[in-house]
Structures are given as C-alpha cells and as structure tokens.
Design a protein around this ligand. Structure first.
Ligand SMILES: O=P(O)(O)OC[C@H]1O[C@](O)(COP(=O)(O)O)[C@@H](O)[C@@H]1O
Length: 267
C-alpha cells in the first residue's frame, strides 16, 4: 500500500463516502422513498456537505455532473457495476478504465470484488488492472469487498466479512468497504485483518436514526475509519440532517443521541 494514497478522499484520516451507484446496482426503485434523489444534481449538492469526503458514482454521472462540482467535491469513480436485472452468479462489468477515471479528474477509483463467486478469478484479475492503473495516476483505491455467490450461504457472517476485509489488503486496496458484521467486536476483527488498509462500513437501509448512528459509532470505536453510505442518507426525508449527525459521530466521535441533538439544533 502506498502511504496516504486515500488522503484525497478523507479528512483527518476519516471518511464519509456518499455512494450513489444505486441507479445501476438496484435501479430506480431506490429513489422512490425520496423522488428528488433520482436527479443526480440533488446528490452532487448533498456531496458538498462538509461531512462528505467523496461521492462514488459511475462514469456516466461523472461525465455529466462532476465538471460543475470539481472544486467542491472529491470524485470516487466506480469502475465496475452491474444491474439488478442480471440474475447470474455475482459478477460486475468493468465499465471504465483507471486511465479514463484519471482523465475525468477522479481522486480515487472504486471496484467491487465478489469473493467466493464463480467469477472471483476474473474479478480479481480485473481488479489488478484497475489497482495498478490507479497507482500510475496517484489515485486511491477503494474495494467494495462483498463476498457472495455459489457456496457462500451467509455473506454477512463475521468470518466472511473479515475475510472480505483481508482480501482488500491482500489485493492492494487502500480502503475496504465491508458490510457491518453486526457488532463492534466483529468489526474490530475485520479492521485487524485489513492491517494498514482503512475499513469503512457499508450502509444498507435502517429507518431508526439512532440505531443506524449507533452502528456507525460502534464501527468507529472498533477502528473503522468511516462509512460508505447511500440509501441511509438519500432515502431519508431530510438527508442533510442525517449528514449533520454523521459528521458529529464520525469526525467528532460524539455519542449518537447527542449527535442527533446537534443535528436538530442546526436545522
Ligand atoms: O449489492 P448490494 O448489497 O445490494 O448493495 C450494493 C449497494 O450498496 C452500496 O455498496 C452501499 O449503498 P447503501 O449505503 O445504500 O447500502 C452501494 O454502493 C451499492 O450500490
């Protein structure tokens, strides 16, 4: 790992990645709870919030929207992605090269690897090309490490998540994005297995603000450096409010209840 390779997408060693690749990964259904968020402009505006250290999007959105935001937002360009219409063994098409990501002004690249899938071997080889391309252009490397497929019965078990975190380290990621394994202890193990690579917790959908922030706080206590979050922000009625609270939990390590009170007072 190169020292500080992910500095451009973090602040004081912490990060909040605003993930917005849902249009490809899940489709328009993810925008239904908050229809304004179907418009990428709304997300790029949200990405200017002080809590957000980068926005993760696919090439098409970067081409269309990033030029207007390049002074205010750090770009994490996702190089692969597949729609939910695909029903095969987990796999992800490579939609962009590291070279083109650099041309678009990306600070870092993002890449999904489904360890355990029948396609793991090709995905690891594609990751190699992306990772080495990112090194040539001084871009950080974020791996979405989501073990799943064939024999993997429980892709959310602590052992599998720790293995995913380790895959990130072994394959040369600066930041590994893993699902929250359900407890601070299990997250601590994943963080340990990732060694010098940063670990960020992946989001999901939780309606209860305090319970969601509690998971984030537990992950930070366990050594995670932040969160990659999409739906838990943009599906809420007031995305800015939860970003205010996340800022307090992640960067000031404030207790979730207090963070919500701070967010309330900033309204
Ligand atoms: O493959 P899954 O588990 O359905 O989720 C993939 C999605 O989850 C993320 O990794 C995180 O997004 P969320 O915070 O909305 O869960 C996205 O980048 C991606 O689109």
């Amino acid at each position: 790992m190169l020292p500080h390779a992910a500095d451009d997408i973090s602040r004081d060693g912490k990060s909040l990645i605003l993930a917005y690749d849902h249009g490809i990964e899940h489709g328009p259904v993810d925008f239904e709870p908050n229809p304004d968020t179907a418009d990428p402009e709304r997300i790029f505006e949200l990405a200017t919030h002080e809590a957000v250290t980068s926005v993760a999007v696919q090439k098409g959105l970067a081409e269309a929207y990033y030029p207007a935001y390049e002074d205010e937002v750090n770009l994490l360009l996702k190089l692969n992605g597949t729609s939910n219409l695909w029903r095969g063994e987990p796999d992800s098409a490579v939609n962009c090269t590291a070279e083109y990501a650099a041309e678009l002004g990306a600070d870092a690249i993002g890449f999904t690897v489904y360890g355990g899938s029948n396609h793991e071997v090709e995905m690891a080889e594609e990751f190699r090309e992306a990772q080495e391309g990112a090194r040539e252009h001084d871009m950080g490397v974020v791996m979405w490490s989501y073990p799943r497929g064939q024999g993997l019965r429980n892709d959310g078990s602590p052992d599998v998540i720790s293995y995913g975190a380790r895959l990130g380290l072994e394959l040369g990621a600066d930041v590994v994005k893993v699902k929250y394994p359900g407890s601070a202890e299990a997250m601590g193990h994943a963080v340990e297995m990732a060694g010098p690579a940063d670990v960020v917790m992946s989001g999901g959908t939780m309606r209860d603000d305090e319970a969601f922030l509690r998971n984030v706080s537990n992950a930070i206590d366990a050594g995670a450096t932040g969160i990659a979050v999409g739906r838990n922000v943009f599906q809420r009625d007031e995305p800015e409010r939860i970003l205010d609270a996340l800022e307090a939990v992640i960067f000031q390590e404030v207790d979730p209840a207090e963070a919500l009170a701070i967010a309330e007072s900033e309204d």
